[in-house]
Design a protein around this ligand. Structure first.
Ligand code: BGC
Ligand code: ZN
Length: 370
């Protein structure tokens, strides 16, 4: 079968490979891939900055945002059936205390693997085989947007954990600030709106633009950082109970610390591989954190609990704002053969929100209907 692979560590090495179709064993599931989303992590892997091939392999099949359909199940599999739509989780445990407890997104040792990222082939291939415990069922009503579930799971994790941490007090968050209006920032906007908060979502480009339209469709306010910096936002709008940082620009994490309120939670989700230095008002920030019982929490990866919550929120979002999630998918690459187009879009298409690769029959079925 065909797959899109890279040679980890080698810049711009994306290419098409022909690899054997994975074989089904007892207790595993064969999935036909329908579409796969790509993101900044895939771009970094293709730039040679990140990623690792499976042990013994000299290439890594890319792709960690999957959506597919079960073709066949091995003996002993009961949780999923042929015909089911599924999304696979990304991380696979090693054997630290958290991994052994099923909390492998909280791995302490760091020897975990991640499909399409670190030590395991990903989903940008015609088929994959996986154990049902890593497959999350998606109802057919969500088949056009199920590919967004993996990035949504990261958001769900950050927000569910903020609420979990705040069980330590009486917490009724009212106002949220989302920094960034890429896929993750937009998802955070949706999830926070579903939880009933007043949401302000800030990105660089002034209105009008596609991102602003999507933000406003949820009833949130769109702010441009060119027109108004983060510092001072609290004076205009009041302090924020939740801030979700998803810009990829680390200095904003520290600016955000200056505008969140007492008992506030700042959720950081940007994976920043650079080496940026900034000067910060350390005494002031420290004092406010202490006197205000503030929390800063990082979030990356997600286990199946957060994927399952994502399915529920996707259904709620579709009911409340029909068709909105589908508008996140701004670019479709037809077929694995067009990997160069995928890379070009990833590297240069500034207007893109979610870029997906459409595979085979599933893809035609989708395009025909639009
Ligand atoms: C993925 C996560 C993963 C992280 C770091 C992200 O793009 O969504 O699942 O843990 O990259 O490898
Ligand atoms: Zn671990």
């Amino acid at each position: 079968m065909k797959a899109i692979a890279v040679i980890p560590g080698k810049p711009n090495s994306a290419h098409l490979v022909e690899t054997p179709r994975p074989t089904l064993h007892a207790g595993t599931v064969l999935v036909k891939v329908i579409r796969v989303g790509v993101d900044g992590t895939d771009r970094e892997i293709n730039e040679g900055l990140y990623g690792a091939a499976p042990a013994g392999a000299d290439f890594l099949v890319l792709g960690h945002e999957s959506f597919g359909r079960v073709v066949e199940v091995g003996p002993g599999v009961k949780k999923v059936r042929p015909g089911d739509y599924v999304v696979a989780t990304v991380r696979r445990p090693d054997d630290c205390i958290n991994c052994r407890a099923g909390e492998y997104d909280m791995c302490i040792a760091g020897n975990y693997t991640e499909r399409g990222i670190k030590g395991r082939h990903g989903y940008l291939s015609e088929f994959y085989v996986e154990a049902p415990t890593y497959l999350v069922n998606v109802p057919p009503t969500l088949k056009e947007v199920g590919v967004l579930l993996e990035p949504l799971s990261i958001v769900e994790k950050g927000i569910m954990q903020a609420y979990k941490i705040q069980e330590r007090l009486v917490w009724k968050p009212q106002r949220a600030l989302v920094l960034g209006a890429g896929t993750v920032g937009l998802m955070a906007t949706i999830v926070l709106r579903l939880r009933g908060l007043e949401v302000f979502t800030m990105a660089r480009t002034p209105k009008p633009n596609r991102h602003a339209d999507l933000v406003e469709a949820t009833g949130a306010r769109y702010l441009s950082s060119r027109e108004q910096p983060v510092l001072g936002l609290d004076e205009t709008y009041g302090r924020f109970d939740i801030i979700f940082e998803a810009t990829g620009y680390s200095p904003l994490a520290f600016e955000a610390m200056e505008v969140f309120g007492n008992n506030g939670v700042l959720i950081l989700s940007s994976v920043t591989g650079g080496d940026r230095h900034v000067e910060i008002p350390a005494d002031k920030l420290n004092l406010e954190m202490v006197l205000g019982n503030k929390v800063v929490v990082g979030t990356v990866n997600a286990n199946r609990r957060y994927f399952e919550r994502g399915v529920v929120d996707m259904q709620r979002a579709e009911e409340r704002w029909p068709g909105l999630l589908g508008r996140f998918i701004t670019h479709r690459v037809q077929g694995l053969e067009n990997y160069e187009e995928m890379i070009r879009l990833l590297n240069h298409e500034k207007s893109a929100i979610k870029i997906v690769v459409e595979l085979g029959a599933g893809a035609q079925e989708t395009t025909a209907k639009r």
